[in-house]
Design a protein around this ligand. Structure first.
Ligand SMILES: [Zn+2]
Length: 475
């Protein structure tokens, strides 16, 4: 596979309209386009998924920004999912504005999300990037030698825009088939009640201190398959799964299991097929089975399993009735935790330099949160406007995008209360990867709660607003 940065768009974006204007065309009210752009960083660049500065030493497999555009007459929308760990609001705002200017799609109808691969570049984090730059006295992209050598951040935005524009150009009359398939035994809730009375995240294999698991999992993988209305050929799909994309961990860049899904699905549906995968509500779930001593599956094994399940599900998917695009956007005021300015300095030291090497993991997590709260407060004041988007695709199908890493229970609540039997939730939309626990988890503590910059109640507020938008769309 390609390993150089920015080597170009896949040929599939050149697909011509197959039935537009044809007298024999099957009526298809939606026009759907898929396209990808290579966003692989240079071989040596900062790598994400850590609380300290780690440099990469290669590209294991390429990273992509993948775009799906949907048009229904004048109504237009675009979902972009990138093989990165997270996003920063400034970057997504810039990309969305540029996409809107080039495609005519309203900014409110554009979502940019991340798969949350831990093999992605660290070009965005508002806290860590600032620390790394402060240490070397760099103020901006131009004075940061890592960035100056690559121009990556700028190219990253340009590539996202290219993917969206190419998807719109490639749009053709299409139909959707939709449904879900159970994929049991892969995802596990990673929070456990321990004998000492605490809750611990990933307490270790066969830890004798484990009493019981502290939360649920959701094994259902929703699938939305796009088929060319003229040729009847499937050309792209959106799927999502409520499990952390943190299976791969290494010093080379990798798209983790969504990358393996892409390769496997191309073997079945052809080389131009585009698999867009979104991390669902996975804040408290991952692939680690603490009940068994054996090693957990690799990102390749998981990617192969999920794609096999997806292929198995395709003949059972149902044609989506009532295709019609409508988008609603809502905002939830995320109340920030108290500021702790007296701890800024010690927090900084826990994340960078010699003191960082001695810091405990949870001390580092807390230090990161203290500085993230400061960043959000400087930008937004005491409440962060958290954006939620709901896309009605058909009478039984909607896509919801949520910011941050949302607990699985929140997604389950949204799906339970949604009027759309097929409600596909994609998280880490338009903003950074930090946690959104439930009220129950906030009371229990542990890793995700230590990381979250918000006051308790944020998760339930997101769920309520998402359901309100969905009900509005169903009217
Ligand atoms: Zn995470």
């Amino acid at each position: 596979m390609k390993s150089n940065a920015f080597t170009g768009l896949w040929p599939t974006i050149c697909c011509l309209l197959l039935v537009a204007g044809s007298g024999n065309a099957i009526a298809a009210p939606l026009r759907v386009g898929f396209a990808v752009a290579d966003i692989s960083p240079p071989a040596v660049y900062r790598i994400a998924g850590n609380y300290s500065e780690v440099m990469s030493d290669g590209v294991r497999d390429p990273l992509f920004a993948k775009a799906m555009t949907i048009e229904d007459g004048d109504a237009k929308a675009c979902l972009i999912i990138c093989d990165v760990c997270g996003h920063e609001r400034g970057l997504t705002d810039e990309a969305r504005a540029k996409i809107s200017a080039k495609t005519g799609i309203p900014i409110a109808n554009i979502a940019i999300t991340a798969t949350h691969t831990h093999g992605g570049p660290m070009h965005y984090d508002p806290v860590l990037l600032k620390l790394y730059r402060d240490r070397i006295g760099a103020k901006d992209d131009a004075s940061d030698p890592v960035e100056r050598a690559s121009g990556y951040r700028k190219k990253f935005v340009a590539r996202i825009v290219e993917a969206a524009v190419a998807a719109q150009k490639a749009a053709r009359p299409a139909t959707f088939d939709v449904g879900s398939i159970a994929v049991p035994g892969i995802a596990f809730n990673r929070r456990y009640f321990m004998k000492d009375g605490n809750v611990r995240c990933n307490p270790g294999k066969r830890n004798p201190g484990i009493v019981k698991v502290a939360g649920p999992t959701n094994d259902l993988m929703p699938i939305l398959l796009a088929t060319d209305a003229g040729s009847g050929k499937a050309f792209g799909c959106l799927s999502a799964f409520d499990m952390h994309t943190a299976v791969y961990g290494g010093s080379t860049f990798s798209a983790c299991y969504p990358g393996h899904m892409q390769r496997k699905l191309c073997e079945t549906y052809g080389k131009d097929f585009i698999s867009i995968f979104g991390e669902g509500c996975a804040g408290d779930t991952n692939h680690i089975d603490v009940q068994i001593a054996e090693r957990d599956p690799t990102s390749e094994i998981i990617g192969v399993k999920l794609s096999a399940k997806l292929i198995e599900a395709v003949p059972k998917l149902k044609p989506m009735p009532g295709p019609q695009l409508n988008v609603k956007r809502g905002t939830v005021a995320g109340r920030l935790r108290a500021d702790r300015p007296k701890e800024y300095e010690v927090s900084r030291d826990r994340l960078i330099g010699e003191a960082a090497k001695k810091a405990e993991f949870l001390e580092q997590v807390e230090a990161y949160r203290i500085l993230l709260v400061r960043h959000f407060r400087e930008r937004h004041g005491d409440t962060v406007p958290l954006e939620i988007q709901a896309f009605r695709i058909g009478s039984d199908t909607a896509i919801v995008t949520l910011p941050h890493e949302v607990f699985v229970e929140i997604g389950m609540q949204i799906r339970r209360e949604s009027p759309f039997p097929n409600t596909i939730i994609v998280t880490i939309a338009n903003d950074v990867d930090c946690y959104v626990p439930t009220k129950k988890a906030f009371a229990e503590g542990s890793y995700e709660v230590t990381n979250s910059p918000y006051e308790p109640g944020i998760g339930e507020a997101l769920a309520d607003e998402a359901v309100r938008l969905l009900k509005d769309l169903a009217k």
